[in-house]
Design a protein around this ligand. Structure first.
Ligand code: ADP
Ligand code: MG
Length: 745
């Protein structure tokens, strides 16, 4: 069997050597065990080894994990098979690896026996990377096409070989088979088939993409759709295929159509609007609607050719221009304003306008509206006039009158203000009318207003109590009536009447009537009783002095007789007012006297009488005995009202030039509500031993003196009796007391 050494020095060796030296592939010769016999320069460069370093080593260029594979390849070669362009990895000196294409050939001896193996390695790393890049880019492209929302097809010879999902969807298909392999003309509207053929031929012939052209397609359901198409020829390996790029324009078409419709709608709206509409650009009207031209009395063309100055009232021109500038500079938007316009016939029209910034033919312009409010202004003016007329009419009427709108006061005349005790209109106007009605009467007042609003008839006069601005409660009568067209509204007009005086007069009358009846009675009775009473009293005293034993009974008889005498005495006062003796007397003197007389009784009842009587009071014209009787009655009542003791303050002062006021204030239980209105009636008493005549007599006497008596009492809070007496003329009083302010009760 030949050996490799036999081979050395032969022509083949020369040939091989030269081949190895010049080959750009790495060549390595190994013996059958894999030991390196020779390597070429390219191998050295590829692997980084020198020849000396590898000679004799076993397969140094094979990575350890591929040794088995290498062994297999060797077996193949030894068995006579060829290993050609086998792709594997080879190792460098520094341990790194590279992609290699390997061809292994046997070295044969003359007899055809294998004596060695020659491995040729080619570094294919670069080629592999390029391949990968290509694959990547293909993938990217495929994805791009696959997911493109635009329909894309690829055809060769009119046959569809690819279609992206968008195209499938576009044509109305479900599965790719519905398109693939079909003739593209199947999906073109017959009208456009020839056209497409022409375009395709031209593009392919010229190898140039076509323009974007409109084309009608036929969907699988045979419906026509509008599209745009671009044809892109692709030449690969001498074969020309074509890409068809479609664009769905049906949506755009509908959008265009709906835009057109909207435009028409707007145009129709503006043209028929019941308001003036205009477009203003570069100080000119570029559009006016029919309503506006009619409003101003011009034709539309006339209006658009006339300068703005002609339509806007001279005084308001600056205002309008200012608004226009501000709107154009976007400082304000949609800002309502009032302005006066001028018609063609030079008459004035009152306008309310709105203006906004818009674009017209690419330039900013103003879009505005005008509403003719001349009529509205006139009506408002007339309404205001009529309301003012009303007010002037009722302003100085002596009757208090208020006007209210749904319960809110909107006007009050002078007398009403006086009645409510205010001088400021705003104290009343703007407030609820019920604010001034006593809670007891509010329901009633509301009912009056409700009823009155139903008819044109005035309501009956009704008595209600009113709370004045200063808190005082007065008696009043009211009657209301519905008034139309007061500031454009239907309102309630109410007439009020202060009936406090009348009420008082009425009360007085009732009382004096009662008094006169009692008086007459008393006149008859008193006389009849006085005489037998005197005898009874005399004989009782006589009997008492004779019999010492039964003195208790006599004493009781005598007290009771004294009581009868007292009552009869009171009656006499009533019955004989004519007995009075008038003269000038001092109030303070009378009061001091009465206080000293009653002090004894007061002390017994644990009550202190505190006198705050001014010493500077003028004398008054009076019947001293009668007045003293009044003071006694009032102070006694005060003492009797305080069973647990307390203070009674008796004060007297002059409150103005004409009046002296005497106040008796106790800390008693007050007068029960039930009888407060009946005070002064005869025999009205809450006391076991009372006669119920004291107050009646007092009223009577005070009346005689042209004075007045007012009793103010709150349950459990004491009672204050205020007695006013006139200072006679010619005896003007002194300065009012500094604390006279709290004399009001
Ligand atoms: P009389 O004192 O005999 O009862 P008057 O006419 O003096 O009769 O008084 C009538 C009633 O008025 C009294 O019974 C009492 O109920 C009430 N009255 C009068 N003054 C006062 C007072 N100062 N405090 C409380 N109640 C009073
Ligand atoms: Mg009394």
């Amino acid at each position: 069997m030949a050996k490799i050494s036999d081979y050395v020095g032969t022509m083949y060796e020369q040939l091989l050597k030269s081949f190895m030296a010049h080959s750009s592939d790495g060549i390595v010769v190994v013996d059958l065990e894999g030991k390196v016999l020779d390597v070429n320069a390219a191998f050295e460069t590829m692997h980084g080894w020198t020849k000396e370093e590898v000679l004799g080593t076993v397969l140094p260029m094979t990575p350890p994990h591929l040794l088995e594979e290498a062994g297999r390849l060797h077996e193949l070669v030894l068995s006579g098979k060829s290993v050609n362009g086998y792709e594997t990895f080879k190792m460098k000196k520094d341990g790194t690896m590279f992609h290699a294409s390997v061809t292994i050939s046997p070295v044969l001896d003359a007899e055809g026996g294998v004596i060695a193996l020659v491995g040729v390695e080619r570094d294919i790393t670069g080629q592999k990377m390029a391949e990968k890049k290509l694959m990547d880019s293909e993938e990217r492209y495929r994805q791009l096409v696959e997911f493109s929302p635009e329909p894309i097809m690829a055809i060769t010879d009119y046959c569809i070989y690819y279609s992206n999902p968008a195209a499938l969807h576009f044509i109305g298909g479900q599965h790719i088979d519905e398109l693939q392999g079909k003739c593209v003309l199947d999906f073109i509207h017959p009208e456009h088939a020839a056209y497409l053929t022409f375009l395709l031929e031209r593009s392919i012939g010229g190898k140039l993409p076509s323009d974007i052209v409109p084309i009608k397609l036929l969907r699988l359901d045979r419906q026509t759709i509008e599209a745009e198409l671009k044809i892109v020829p692709i030449v690969t390996n001498g074969n020309t295929s074509v890409q068809l790029l479609f664009r769905d324009i049906s949506k755009r078409k509908t959008a265009e159509q709906s835009l057109q419709e909207t435009e028409m709608l707007y145009e129709c709206l503006v043209e028929n609007a019941m308001a003036g509409v205009y477009m203003y650009q570069d100080e000119k009207l570029v559009y006016v609607n029919p309503y506006l031209s009619k409003m101003f009395g011009y034709s539309r063309d006339e209006m658009m050719q006339t300068r703005l100055e002609a339509f806007i009232y001279a005084e308001d021109l600056a205002t309008f221009k200012e608004i226009a500038v501000q709107t154009l500079e976007e400082r304000i938007s949609a800002f309502p304003f009032s302005i006066r316009g001028m018609k063609k016939d030079r008459s004035i029209v009152y306008l309310e306008g709105l203006v906004t910034l818009t674009k017209y033919k690419g330039k900013p312009s103003l879009l505005g509206t005008f509403q003719d409010v001349t009529y509205k202004n006139e009506v408002e003016e007339a309404l205001r006039e009529s309301a003012l007329r009303y007010q002037r009419l009722i302003k100085f009427l002596p009757e208090p009158i208020v006007v209210s709108d749904a319960g809110m006061l909107i006007y009050a005349n002078k007398s009403a203000m006086k009645l409510f005790r205010t001088t400021v209109e705003s104290d009343l106007v703007g407030k609820s009318i019920y604010h001034f009605v006593h809670p007891e009467h509010q329901q009633e007042a509301m009912k009056i207003e409700r009823d009155v609003m139903k008819t044109d008839n005035p309501s009956q006069f009704k008595e209600i109590r009113i709370i004045c601005f200063d808190g005082e409660i007065i008696e009043a009568e009211i009657s209301s009536i519905r008034i139309h067209h007061y500031m454009g509204k239907t309102v309630t007009l109410t007439v009020l009447r202060d009936i406090t005086d009348r009420k008082q007069a009425e009360e007085l009358m009732i009382r004096s009537e009662k008094l006169s009846i009692v008086g007459q009675l008393a006149a008859g009775l008193a006389h009849e009783i006085r005489n037998p009473l005197t005898s009874l009293k005399g004989f009782t005293q006589l009997l008492k002095s004779k019999s010492k034993e039964d003195s208790f009974y006599y004493d009781t008889m005598l007290t009771e007789l004294e009581r009868i005498n007292l009552i009869v005495g009171d009656f006499m006062t009533l019955a004989k007012p004519q007995m009075s003796q008038f003269g000038y007397g001092s109030v303070s003197g009378m009061l001091e006297h009465v206080i000293s007389v009653l002090n004894h009784q007061a002390i017994l009842m644990n009550v202190s009488l505190i006198s705050k009587v001014s010493t500077a009071l003028p004398d008054i014209y009076c019947d001293e005995n009668q007045l003293k009787q009044v003071f006694i009655n009032l102070i006694k009542n005060a003492i009797e009202a305080m069973p647990r003791g307390g203070n009674v303050v008796i004060a007297a002062d002059q409150i103005n030039a004409e009046t002296i006021c005497i106040k008796i204030k106790d800390q008693g239980d007050g007068i029960p509500d039930a009888i407060v209105h009946k005070l002064g009636e005869p025999f009205l008493t809450t006391k076991t031993n009372g006669t119920g005549l004291g107050l009646m007599i007092s009223y009577r006497i005070v009346e005689h003196h042209r004075g007045s008596l007012k009793i103010c009492s709150k349950d459990k809070q004491g009672t204050t009796v205020k007695l006013l007496l006139p200072v006679p003329e010619g005896r003007p009083g002194r300065e009012p007391a500094p604390d006279s302010a709290d004399w009001a009760i």
